[in-house]
Design a protein around this ligand. Structure first.
Ligand code: F6R
Length: 609
């Protein structure tokens, strides 16, 4: 998704700008660009190629500047093209006065465009962003801060902005509402970025702007106005920026690397967990756990599926009712608030627009107890929640979430154990046994990774198909759903997941010998039921691909292929069964030759609605 970097310094800032864009690259983008103030003019360079190509273009043009802004764009309004790439400038002449980059979506861009066209502005792009550049130029009367402050009052929608003015060197004005923006500080230098990660290696002194803030950065320092034009202080924190290794090492893709990093990611996530205590989730968590009598879990995509597994564990072990909702639905639904609900948001990035908005919505409805399970400590969701559990998956670059998901599951299992302890539904021996089983997880995952050759053989058969069905029951239904999501998003094979018991209520009509049916079939109390669902598939000539436990009674037969997973603790099996499904999707995508780490139309961090 779109990324912003801005810098004002006594040194050439192009290195900082390009390095910042490179750090944001993994989130997905389709064009990029920079604008700098150089010798009294605004100079821009834009490209629909990678940031490395933009860097070569800049090198060749000899740009050198002390003030500049930069952007990676993920198209929303207007196709990916150089004309639509940011920065946008105004007026559209040889000597523009304003240059600007924008993350977010402006909802009233049509009416503003009509007004600005009537005032004589010519538009070069199909973007909503160009409207803001012209609006600021129109309102400009010698003070960029003033012009931006007036302009944002006319915008409806979400934005993070960084704006340069030809007539005011060494100054950038930023603004945010609904999209993140941070200020980075270093000696005699000031930066803006949509994510602190863009400034890794440059500074770790970060101030997080609040919604409605407008910020003025320059060589002499920075200041902020809130939405009402009042001067405000925003605390500067020293943050641990999740940079991590962005080297592929021996792997072909980041997704493959991240699948194989799962044993370590789980071990890291559990490191320091010496016992089941509320403080795992933050200071004072015991008080919160004492004051709640239900949970509402919110997330999107893969993180939502983690929530569904979490519900099962929490209701089983702690006997507390849990509702799980897709964040983008919850935020617009007239729900019934309950102050005794713990609102749990789950997010790899901690910046997903819908989940963040759902969290704020829940709080505004009068639900004060909030907990975020997140992989990025410095993210907006962690900052906005009273409690947090930080998974230690390390940076996840592949767009398809893998190690973030399995570490979210580990965090949810710990939450279930902690709530069970608080409620007295599990005694100390049972808690210790569950924790011990968790420590065995990295080894069980290693065993699941060793199944790769068998999954390659399955993937070769899947790659020739256009559709696939995934079946699961109970605790493993969300794992079947996650398996289907992985397959569709990276191999582009249409895949659907169903509770196996629903098969005969509709989807069975689709089953033929051209429809592979993946069944997540651990040895549990639902196995007998699942077996009869599998018979229904076989009777229609459907081809079954069964993932089951080491001690299972299933055997491969005509039309039935079986893979057995290594031994593991029964309740933790969703984590173990996830791994073969990731490998199946990955290898099906390899055979089909798709862009695995950057699947078409998708972005890593979905910071717009
Ligand atoms: C799928 C995937 C997405 C994300 C979703 C939420 O592989 O990665 O479905 O899970 O966009 O993202 P986060 O977890 O960052 O809130």
């Amino acid at each position: 998704m779109c990324g912003i970097v801005g810098a004002v310094s006594g040194r050439n800032v192009l290195g900082v700008l390009l390095q910042g864009l490179q750090r944001l690259e993994y989130r997905g983008y389709d064009s990029c660009g920079v604008a700098v103030w150089q010798d009294g003019t605004l100079r821009t360079s834009r490209s629909t190629a990678r940031v490395a190509d933009l860097a070569r273009q800049i090198d060749a043009s000899g740009l050198h500047a002390l003030t500049g802004i930069a952007h990676t764009r993920w198209a929303t309004h207007g196709a990916p093209s150089t004309a639509n790439a940011h920065p946008h400038v105004s007026p559209d002449t040889a000597r523009p006065r304003i240059a600007l980059v924008h993350n977010g979506i402006i909802e009233n861009h049509d009416s503003l465009r009509a007004e600005l066209q009537a005032a004589g502005y010519r538009f070069d792009s199909q973007t909503d962003t160009e409207v803001i550049a012209h609006l600021i130029d129109r309102l400009y009367d010698g003070d960029l801060f003033d012009a931006v402050e007036q302009a944002v009052r006319r915008l409806r929608g979400a934005y993070a902005l960084a704006v340069l003015c030809r007539d005011e060197p060494h100054r950038i004005v930023g603004a945010r509402s609904g999209s993140p923006l941070v200020v980075g500080l270093s000696d005699g230098e000031c930066f803006l970025a949509s994510d602190a990660m863009a400034l890794a290696g440059v500074t770790d002194r970060i101030a997080y702007l609040r919604d409605g803030d407008i910020v003025d950065i320059g060589l002499a320092g920075w200041h902020v106005h809130d939405r009402d034009g009042q001067r405000r202080e925003r605390p500067v924190q020293t943050v641990k920026i999740l940079a991590g290794s962005t080297d592929l090492g021996p792997y072909r893709h980041f997704m493959q690397k991240e699948i194989f990093e799962q044993p370590q990611a789980l071990a890291d996530t559990l490191e320091g967990v010496e016992g089941i205590v509320p403080e795992l989730f933050g200071d004072g968590a015991w008080r919160t756990f004492d004051q709640i009598d239900r949970l509402l879990i919110l997330g999107c995509g893969t993180s939502y599926y983690a929530g569904l597994v979490g519900k099962y564990w929490i209701e089983l072990l702690a006997r507390i009712p849990v509702t799980v909702e897709i964040a983008s639905e919850y935020r617009y639904r007239p729900s019934i608030p309950d102050p005794r609900t713990l609102v749990v948001t789950i997010s790899q990035s901690g910046e997903t627009a819908d989940t963040l908005a759902a969290l704020l919505h829940a709080r505004n409805l009068g639900q004060p107890h909030t907990l975020t399970i997140c992989n990025v400590e410095s993210s907006a969701m962690v900052r906005e929640s009273t409690l947090a559990y930080i998974t230690r998956a390390g940076i996840e670059i592949g767009v398809a979430s893998t190690k973030a998901f399995t570490t979210q599951l580990a965090a949810l299992f710990l939450l279930a154990l902690t709530l069970a302890q608080a409620r007295g539904t599990l005694d100390d021996d049972a808690l210790a046994a569950h924790l011990q089983a968790m420590r065995h997880l990295p080894r069980a995952i290693q065993g699941a990774l060793a199944l790769e050759p068998q999954l390659i053989a399955w993937a070769e058969q899947f790659a020739a198909r256009d559709h696939a069905l995934f079946l699961g029951r109970g605790l493993h239904l969300p794992i079947a759903q996650e398996g289907a999501l992985k397959l569709k998003e990276i191999s582009y094979i249409h895949a659907e997941a169903y509770p196996a018991g629903e098969l005969k209520h509709g989807p069975l009509a689709l089953v033929t010998d051209a429809m592979p049916v993946v069944t997540v079939a651990p040895t549990d109390e639902l196995l007998a039921k699942l077996e009869s669902n599998m018979q229904e598939v076989r009777a229609r000539g459907g081809r079954l691909f069964v993932l089951t436990d080491a001690d299972s009674r299933f055997d491969s037969a005509d039309g039935v292929q079986v893979i057995r997973l290594p031994e593991h603790h029964g309740l933790l099996s969703p984590i173990v069964f996830t791994v073969p499904l990731q490998l199946l999707a990955y290898h099906a995508a390899i055979v089909r030759g798709t862009d695995i780490d950057k699947p078409r139309n998708l972005a890593k961090s979905v910071t717009v609605e």
